[in-house]
Write a protein that binds this ligand. Structure first.
Ligand code: GLN
Length: 336
């Protein structure tokens, strides 16, 4: 347990970080996303543009929040992390690998390009791959398969009341032609086998679960601690799965910015069009950030700024040349 003084210093540092990253470079926001409106330009945004939260949860279960850490937003692409985890838990690594690869695609998240050498989507962090992992979730019927997907999200967050937001799901359904098209195309090529409409529905429902930045941080801390939720003490998936999921997050979690992210920030992370980023410092902490302004790739502009600064200042990049044993309370900027 950190002393009250350490806790105070960490909280203060997070507030400072939030204040520093609040200013976005002019023109850096390409658009925002809302399930009902789709993508819309920054000049049409209202108060949602100001919402900004950073949460950090350690593997000891300590939680630190700055900003709007209780604002709820849909998981969107962040749900892909948990669908992949469940597919791995249900079928094992080798079987899942035959259906969805682990290669960064270099394409946008909703691309219709596939790994044609192996006739599978490039990775589970883009839409095509997440449709496969949604199909791979076991259950007696569609209701049970969805229930298991949401139950795993609840276990990761340690929140029994986490659920699909009906309004978000309706809006996602109304705008799902590209996902439906992707799924049908994939079935025609043998990459999906089952009931395409049910698979798309399950995918959209997982995307429509509402969380807060605080929840994301707990989910991240659970991954950081080998799938053990540090707040509830529950082992939510086999420990070994954390390594698989985190590897794919490191190489594929930020869409077609993933290479740059690995180069710059060097930590496993996943983003969603709702403006959330979940980042993991393996063995140490989970971080959740919310800010809705997105860059051209669909990643949160301020979210990237926060993660980059945390990684730099605390020397967290997995390939940092010297292990700077910095803690959140005392880290100094690494040399440029
Ligand atoms: N529901 C969105 C979609 O399928 C999620 C995508 C995302 O967050 N990048 O297009």
């Amino acid at each position: 347990m950190p002393s009250p003084e350490i806790r105070r210093r960490i909280a203060h540092r997070l507030d400072e970080l939030l204040a520093r990253c609040r200013a976005e470079p002019a023109g850096s926001v390409a658009h925002l996303y809302d399930p009902a409106r789709g993508y819309y330009p920054p000049e049409e945004a209202g108060e949602e543009r100001e919402e900004f939260a950073i949460s950090v949860v350690t593997v000891d279960g300590e939680r630190y929040d700055a900003g709007d850490a209780e604002v709820a937003f849909p998981l969107q692409s962040l749900s892909k992390v948990f669908a992949y985890g469940l597919a791995l838990a249900d079928h094992g690594r080798d079987a899942v690998l035959t259906r969805v690869g682990v290669e960064p695609s270099g394409d946008a998240f909703n691309s219709l390009r596939f790994d044609e050498r192996h006739m599978r989507p490039y990775n589970p962090m883009v839409n095509a791959g997440a449709l496969v992992t949604s199909e791979l979730i076991d259950g007696r019927d569609d209701a049970e398969r969805l229930e298991r997907a949401i139950a795993l999200q609840r276990d990761f967050a340690g929140r029994e009341d986490l659920d699909v937001d009906r309004g978000t799901l309706d809006a996602e359904r109304a705008a799902a032609d590209r996902n439906r098209g992707t799924a049908y195309l994939m079935r025609s090529a043998g990459m999906l086998h089952g009931d395409v409409d049910a698979t798309v529905e399950r995918y959209l429902a997982q995307c429509s679960v509402h969380v807060t930045a605080g929840d994301l941080a707990v989910m991240g801390a659970t991954l950081a601690d080998g799938c053990r939720n540090p707040r509830t003490g529950t082992q939510v998936m086999p420990r070994r799965r954390a390594r698989d999921v985190l590897s794919v997050m490191l190489t594929c979690g930020m869409y077609d910015y993933a290479g740059h992210w690995a180069f710059d920030v060097g930590l496993p992370a996943k983003s969603g069009v709702s403006g959330g980023i979940l980042m993991v410092v393996p063995g140490k902490v989970g971080i959740g950030v919310l800010s809705r302004g997105l860059d051209a790739y669909g990643n949160s502009v301020r979210g990237i700024a926060v993660c980059r600064e945390l990684s730099d200042r605390l020397g967290l990049h997995v390939f940092a040349s010297e292990a700077e044993d910095a803690v959140l309370a005392g880290g100094e900027p690494a040399e440029g």
